[in-house]
Design a protein around this ligand. Structure first.
Ligand SMILES: [Zn+2]
Length: 1033
């Protein structure tokens, strides 16, 4: 007879159920204590240690020595291979048997030469299912036993290998997660045994935990909450942990509760398995390859057991690694992709930083990524996937559009420190007006675990209630955690349609976005950049990586241009397509969101520098080969030709090599994307329409440089006291102020050292003051004038700078060398301008945008440190001052002060970041126009409008007979423009195409007198396919 109904106390009832499922309390008699049954040790355990990451075939040949549970192994970054010989007791016939394995470090189980599952304690992967049901009547030793079948012998013996990496899920930080790695860390094996697993107990535990979650999550004001709690309580009443025959009654109570459905209006949660794997971060690139294998093989195993389970996987580079290192695993991934369970997403080569890469580099992320996905999985991605990055350029919508993508998933803006972003589902309109549909999972995470709390948060937190009734829910442990678990799936499946909760379905990103699109009329639109109000130190940290990035983007641009021109003009020239693809992929890899940003450990920074070195050395070899082929037979009088790879005509002073290794200066003029011979030395003077540079040092030590265009005055310590645009007499430096003022700040963030510079650093500003009399004249004038000085920044750090003015040049350059040995300091240089404007302009990918120079609102103030590419500008009507740079990204304009961020000195995760010698150049240009437009010879291409820039010239990816070029141009002023593109190459056909180089069927252009007419809207990017005529013979 059932007991009579009793009055129940909320808290005691709740805690009673909690104790029944607790892994800590009452495990002698509660349900959790019955999860595992009988156990026995493995028969033989042996191991060996290696500093290398060996392939399986090589590892199993090594000399394994006896090992036991409790052994420690290491140090950090080594690998311990275990051979596990096991025999399952015959008495366990009919039971589910697990290998229970707990060790520090990330493990991978190998069976019959193939990886089968990851084992990572931090990712709740501590057991490997040997068999679902141990067989009784199987004849012989089994050959392959997949986790679903059972052994085919009465001798249930098997040998497995477990490859354990000596690093945790998040590396090996000494003392804290982001501290520099401890190279001496040791790891331990704490459990290796066989045990019987009770699946029915597991399912009851899942139900009881969900019911507890509902009771707590919905709270005492909610009727459904009490129903959940009382159901759980009744389950405890009927369930005797020692008598499995009581379980079905308890199970039935749960099923009745979960089978009570919600109404039609319920929110739908689309749960997608995921595992965000940082391509390198607190561990080296090579470890990421193994992290991918461990995580994806675990996901595959779940797909086999749960045919409805869908797993989204981004980053072509990681797939390419697994393809070459784990071919067996890779072909199974492809199989599951065909079934629609393994879903490649994102379309990019890696999940890149969203701020620093150039426009062209962003295009290449998609070009390399989408082509890889098409080739390997039969289709391109339709969603851009960037859950974790440190801001999003306003040009991304246009770039996505051009790459066949209209949907974007991310979530990082939930990290905003100051302002809460007002949407989770919205349209994002980019710089040119392109729109994409964006979804941020409202649970503000990409590593959910399927709990009721997370499900309820997803609904409650949604900022677009009433506008969007669908949400994404990305579940699984990221990085080394190995992705989702069976428990997460069991939870989510149980919650599919229960009254009081949102509906939960296992969906692909495509299904989620289709649902959002079909009901998108009420969605709001956000215009312009998605600025992350955090991590703004990443624009500056690791200056050498930033410099490598800028320089290598330029090198690859130049190699492609010159190789394209050589291809067009020479029948013999072979375009180095394969080498260029390799170098581009290295550059794109370094643009991963923890590498180019400088938020990685020292080991990764060193690997990144090697990648840049490869690009520099191979790139320069390719450049020489292309230049030689292009200019064959046309040497100048001194055997020299000067090539201009920029799309406008340039007249500049150049240092030309002289015999014996010396250099001489010459003024040279080279047309747009073309070349010209070096003028003979005697003809130099007549070529000078401009005034030569005058250099005067006054008795007080100050120096004036004047080229008739601008006049620069430096005080005796090298600071800029005056900068005059000569023609108008306009002074660019604010009255009573000095420019080129170095300033030092204390730079101690709250936690994320390499990542964050906090607003309060501005309160610690200290100008660095030099010694009078240190300024000296360098080059004495004529073609070039310069002055130089030394500056002691601190007892440990010093700087030297040469201030250079060339003939005819509208800007003054500051060549800077710094020996930097600081801790938690930030060096910037400031230029107070005699300009007043509420907006400053910053160059971004394929264009520029404005940001406020004031702190009116919290949104303005949160942008106290911003990013820019090659220039920033502060202009009022008719006059402005631009600050240019060759390798910097951090900047700000507050009031009238332009400030360029130069060097930081964070200590985590790389304690050596930025210590050492640095070289960089910035330049200052006063100008009249409202925006600082980039200002027998031969020119390949030129554009009739200064508003339109020809950014890229390259061979088309798939080019018949390899004789098609792709040109990419963009409108840079923010205006509607018609212009003419002049071509000197033998072109037979011109067609508009998208960023993936797919021709626009209506995009045929008429070629008239070697000219093409092009029409642009503001900041529009256009790509053209040019089919070249057959080569001359
Ligand atoms: Zn990440």
């Amino acid at each position: 007879m059932a007991a009579a109904p009793a009055l129940k106390h909320w808290r005691t009832t709740l805690e009673r159920v909690e104790k029944f499922v607790s892994p800590l309390y009452f495990t002698d008699c509660n349900l959790r204590g019955r999860l595992f049954g009988a156990s026995c040790p493995v028969a033989v355990l042996s191991s060996f240690l290696t500093p290398e990451r060996l392939p399986y075939q090589e590892a199993v040949q090594r000399d394994f020595r006896p090992a036991q549970v409790g052994d420690s192994f290491g140090p950090t970054w080594w690998t311990c291979w275990f051979r596990v010989e096991l025999t399952i007791p015959e008495a366990w016939v009919g039971q589910e048997v697990h290998l229970c394995w707990e060790s520090d470090g990330e493990g991978l189980v190998w069976r019959d030469g193939e990886p089968v599952q990851g084992l990572t304690k931090e990712g709740e992967k501590t057991s490997y299912v040997l068999t679902d049901r141990l067989g009784e009547r199987d004849p012989r030793r089994f050959k392959r036993f997949s986790c679903l079948s059972f052994p085919s012998s009465r001798d249930y013996s098997l040998t497995l290998y477990v490859e354990v990496a000596c690093n945790g899920l998040l590396g090996a930080g000494k003392g804290s997660m982001i501290a520099a790695p401890d190279p001496e860390k040791m790891f331990q094996l704490s459990r290796a045994e066989l045990a019987v697993f009770h699946r029915d107990v597991h399912m009851l535990l899942v139900d009881l935990e969900l019911l507890l979650g509902i009771a707590k999550g919905l709270g005492k004001d909610n009727q459904r909450s009490f129903q959940a709690l009382y159901t759980a309580n009744q389950m405890v009443n009927v369930c005797d942990p020692d008598q499995p025959e009581t379980f079905p009654v308890a199970q039935a109570l749960a099923s009745r509760f979960f089978g009570q459905h919600g109404g039609e209006s319920q929110h739908t949660i689309h749960a997608t398995g995921h595992c965000h794997i940082d391509t390198a971060w607190l561990w080296p690139f090579k470890e990421t390859v193994r992290k991918c294998a461990r995580s994806w093989v675990t996901a595959l195993q779940l797909m086999e057991r749960n045919p409805e389970f869908i797993f989204a996987c981004s980053q072509a580079q990681q797939l390419e690694w697994v393809k070459s290192r784990y071919p067996g695993l890779y072909s199974r991934l492809q199989e599951f992709a065909c079934r629609g369970q393994f879903v490649p997403v994102g379309g990019t080569w890696v999940e890149m930083d969203g701020n620093l890469p150039s426009g062209e580099a962003m295009v290449r992320q998609f070009l390399q990524g989408q082509n890889f996905f098409l080739q390997e999985f039969g289709k391109m991605c339709s969603e851009f996937w960037l859950p974790d990055t440190f801001g999003y350029s306003a040009q991304l919508p246009q770039i996505m559009h051009g790459c066949g993508i209209r949907r974007f998933l991310s979530q990082k803006l939930s990290w905003n420190l100051v302002n809460s972003f007002p949407h989770h589902t919205f349209f994002w309109e980019g710089l040119d007006g392109s729109r994409v549909l964006v979804h941020f999972p409202p649970g503000d995470s990409y590593g959910m675990q399927g709990s009721v709390e997370e499900v309820l948060k997803t609904v409650a937190n949604n900022r677009d209630k009433g506008r969007a009734n669908h949400s994404a829910f990305l579940f699984g442990f990221g990085d080394g955690g190995g992705g989702p678990t069976q428990t997460m799936l069991d939870r989510l499946k149980r919650l599919s349609n229960t009254d009081g909760l949102p509906r939960v379905q296992l969906s692909s990103p495509r299904q989620l976005f289709s649902a959002l699109e079909s009901d998108s009329e009420q969605l709001c639109t956000w215009v312009g950049e998605l600025f992350l109000e955090l991590h703004n130190g990443t624009y500056t940290t690791h200056a050498q990586i930033k410099k490598g990035n800028r320089e290598c983007e330029r090198i690859l641009h130049d190699v492609e241009l010159l190789s394209s021109l050589a291809l067009a003009r020479s029948a013999q020239f072979l375009y180095p397509a394969a080498q260029l693809q390799h170098l581009w992929r290295l550059l794109l890899l370094n643009q991963f969101h923890d590498v180019v940003t400088g938020s990685c450990i020292q080991m990764v920074a060193e690997e990144a520098m090697c990648h840049y070195e490869d690009i520099r050395s191979h790139g320069n070899t390719l450049l020489s080969a292309a230049a030689a082929a292009l200019c064959a037979g046309e040497p100048g009088p001194e055997g020299l030709l000067i090539v201009n790879t920029l799309p406008w005509k340039r007249t500049e002073v150049m240092a030309l090599p002289k015999p014996g290794g010396a250099h001489s200066l010459a003024l040279v003029t080279v047309p747009s994307m073309g070349y010209a011979p070096v003028p003979p030395p005697t003809s130099l003077q007549p070529l000078l329409p401009q005034q030569p540079v005058f250099v005067v040092q006054e008795t007080d030590g100050s120096v004036t440089l004047d080229n008739g265009i601008i006049r620069v005055k430096l005080d005796p310590t090298g600071r800029l006291t005056s900068l005059v645009l000569v023609a108008s007499g306009r002074e660019a430096i604010a009255e009573g102020a000095v420019g080129n003022q170095f300033v030092l700040f204390d730079d101690v963030p709250l936690y994320w050292d390499a990542w964050d510079v906090m607003d309060y650093h501005l309160e610690t500003r200290k100008p660095v003051l030099g010694q009078a009399g240190t300024l000296a004249v360098g080059t004495e004038g004529g073609l070039r004038g310069s002055a130089w000085f030394l500056l002691q920044i601190s007892p440990n750090s010093r700087l030297s700078q040469e201030v250079v003015l060339d003939v005819g040049c509208p800007y003054v350059r500051f060549h800077t060398e710094v020996h930097w040995h600081e801790a938690h300091k930030f060096l910037k240089v400031e230029f107070p301008a005699r300009v007043r404007s509420s907006q400053a302009t910053y160059e971004i990918q394929f264009g520029h945008l404005q940001r406020p120079t004031h702190y009116n609102t919290s949104w303005d103030w949160a942008r106290f440190e911003v990013w820019a590419h090659r220039w920033m500008d502060l202009s009022e009507h008719g006059f402005g001052l631009a600050l240019l740079n060759d390798c910097k990204y951090g900047a700000s304009v507050r009031g009238s002060i332009l400030s360029l961020s130069l060097l930081r000195a964070p200590k985590a995760p790389d304690a050596t970041a930025d210590t050492g010698r640095h070289e960089f150049t910035y330049a200052l240009m006063p100008h009249k126009a409202p925006s600082p437009a980039p200002a027998t010879s031969w020119s390949a291409f030129s554009v009739s409008s200064p508003a339109v820039l020809l950014e890229t010239v390259k061979q088309a990816e798939s080019s018949p007979q390899r004789r098609s070029l792709v040109l990419r141009l963009y409108e840079a002023h923010g205006s509607h423009v018609d212009c003419w593109l002049h071509l000197s190459l033998p072109v037979q056909e011109a067609i508009l195409c998208d960023l993936l180089e797919r021709p626009d069927p209506a995009g045929h252009l008429t070629l008239r007198d070697s000219r093409l007419k092009l029409t642009f809207s503001p900041f529009q990017v256009l790509s053209l396919l040019l089919v070249l005529q057959p080569p001359p013979h």
